[in-house]
Each structure stands twice: as C-alpha cells, then as structure tokens.
Design a protein around this ligand. Structure first.
Ligand code: 5GP
Ligand code: ZN
Length: 114
C-alpha cells in the first residue's frame, strides 16, 4: 500500500533498522522502544490487523510467530522470558495499520498490561 509506513520499510523506500527478513516477513527495531528488546515483526504483504485476517492467512500468521521465537533466541531473551503483543484497533492502541507483532523482552514485564 503506497501510503503505509511499514510497506515503505518492506520496499526499502524508507530505511529502518532491520534485524531479520525472509520471503514473507520483515523484523526491525521499534523507534520508541518500551523494553531493552523491542522489535516489530511484520508480514511483507499489507494486512491491516488481526481483524482483517482470513483463513488463508493462517500459515502466514503462524510463520510470524515462529519468527518472533527465532529472534527472541537470537536476542538472548528466551530463557528469562519475553512477550509478544498484537494490538488491534483503537482501544488496544493500534497506531500503525499494517499488522505487526511487538516482541518485548530484556526486563520484567508487568501484568495485566495497561
Ligand atoms: P501500535 O501502536 O500500532 O501497536 O505499534 C506501532 C509501533 O510502531 C509503535 O511501537 C511505534 O513506536 C512504532 N513506530 C512508529 N513509527 C515508526 C518508525 O518510523 N520506525 C520504527 N522503527 N517504528 C515506528
Ligand atoms: Zn502496509
């Protein structure tokens, strides 16, 4: 999508700090980190959020979660623990409408979330 910020990261129109990429996924560091490790994992294809998910996206979403787990291993936060967050629509605080998992770790994370 031509107006979407994260699509511009995928197309490299705007540079960002990429930590992982493959055929279907891209991962980069959040510009406003909420934890020592705060990485966003996105599909290369534009999908607004989880509410836009269709049954044929099951494999893709599963793959993105695998990427989160793989990056957590690489970042060394697996043993202590980490959190994966997917904000959907306004009340959850979604601000960028290209689906993204937040991978957060490197500190103790409170529960329940705010
Ligand atoms: P949301 O609020 O939609 O769940 O998460 C959007 C995330 O994108 C936020 O954590 C925000 O800091 C991050 N973000 C917004 N603009 C940029 C940007 O230009 N570069 C990077 N790397 N992250 C961004
Ligand atoms: Zn997009």
């Amino acid at each position: 999508m031509s107006t979407c910020l994260f699509c511009k990261f995928v197309s490299r129109e705007i540079p960002t700090q990429i930590v992982y990429e493959d055929e279907h996924a891209l991962a980069f560091r959040d510009i406003n980190p909420q934890a020592p490790t705060h990485i966003l994992v996105i599909p290369r294809m534009h999908l607004e959020n989880l509410a836009a998910m269709q049954p044929d996206h099951e494999g893709l979403i599963g793959h993105l979660l695998w990427v989160c787990a793989e990056i957590a291993r690489q970042e060394g936060i697996e043993a202590d623990g980490y959190r994966v967050v997917l904000n959907t629509n306004r009340a959850a605080g979604q601000s960028v409408y290209h689906l993204h998992f937040h991978l957060l770790g490197g500190r103790s994370l409170g529960w329940p979330p705010g």
